[in-house]
Ligand binder design. Structure first.
Ligand SMILES: Nc1ncnc2c1ncn2[C@@H]1O[C@H](COP(=O)(O)OP(=O)(O)OP(=O)(O)O)[C@@H](O)[C@H]1O
Length: 268
């Protein structure tokens, strides 16, 4: 009995996220139905499926945009159902969006710098009175933001308005901004959308690099099969809100149901 509970604890520590029978209904539509999913710490996992399968809805459930109508979401062993987005961001869940959501009129640097402020601990009155802690934290946040721009290859665009960046760089900036939240779990929603093959390859390399460097767990929605098959250790496949397969890329590629629902014959 004791051994069993020890094993359960060890499993709990390895596991960062678990969804148990999670579902959400929008009126008559079950966008996600009875979903079981887990992520081990440090894993890089793909989430794929046809348009409208429920992938982005899963991200919205994980980031508190929606509360599940059924089931349970555990993050680091704790139930997070229905917690608001800012709490989940502070707990360590960050995301990028399918439709890029940057502050277009702000500089590249400020987009990252604002996100870094999520963890600032000084109080408003300390900022107003310019207390030392305010200056220390401001300097630290700026330093981290500069580093992230450097890492993402964006330093040269530091003062540029975000809206003026080419599309591929805007996607990189979104990732930099998510990293400024110092996440444990990073959710990437179609990061390679609109990129040419070379940009996608560079992005894959970068995603691997940031995972190592920041000890991240990554869940990735992506329609570009060369990216998702090339980078993921495991893949979940949704169709009409239902999980139809889970496994390593080479299994998913050959899975009959996945081929019929999504991949078609050419990828197999
Ligand atoms: N707020 C909402 N209200 C009503 N229906 C919604 C809402 N959000 C999502 N849906 C519906 O839920 C289903 C799943 O949508 P979702 O955006 O999660 O799919 P997806 O797999 O991310 O698709 P895509 O690959 O096109 O981005 C769709 O039928 C969508 O219309």
């Amino acid at each position: 009995m004791k051994e069993q509970s020890l094993a359960a604890t060890a499993e709990g520590e390895r596991e960062i996220l678990r969804l148990k029978g999670v579902g959400i209904r929008f009126g008559g539509l079950k966008a996600v139905d009875n979903l079981d999913l887990y992520l081990q710490r440090g894993e890089l996992v793909g989430l794929i499926g046809p348009n409208g399968a429920g992938k982005t809805t899963v991200f919205n459930l994980l980031t508190g945009v929606y509360a599940p109508t059924e089931g349970e979401i555990l993050f680091e062993g704790q139930r997070i159902n229905g917690l608001p987005p800012y709490v989940l961001a502070r707990r360590g869940i960050a995301r990028t969006f399918q439709n890029i959501r940057l502050f277009g009129n702000l500089s590249v640097f400020d987009n990252v710098r604002i996100a870094a402020a999520v963890h600032s601990r000084y109080r408003t009155w300390e900022a107003m009175l310019r207390f030392p802690r305010f200056y220390r934290e401001e300097a630290e946040m700026s330093r981290v933001s500069e580093e992230l721009l450097e890492l993402m290859g964006l330093s040269a665009y530091r003062e540029e308005k975000a809206r003026n960046l080419p599309y591929g760089l805007q996607r990189r900036l979104e990732i930099a901004r998510a990293l400024a939240l110092r996440p444990k779990l990073l959710l990437l929603d179609e990061p390679a959308a609109g990129m040419n093959p070379q940009e996608s390859q560079d992005l894959m390399r970068l995603i691997r690099e940031i995972r190592e460097r920041f000890s991240l767990t990554i869940l990735l929605i992506e329609h570009d099969m060369s990216v998702v098959m090339g980078i993921s250790e495991r893949i979940y496949v949704l169709d009409h809100g239902v999980l139809i397969a889970e496994g390593p890329p080479e299994e998913i590629r050959r899975n009959r149901r996945v081929i019929e629902a999504y991949l078609g014959e050419e990828v197999s």
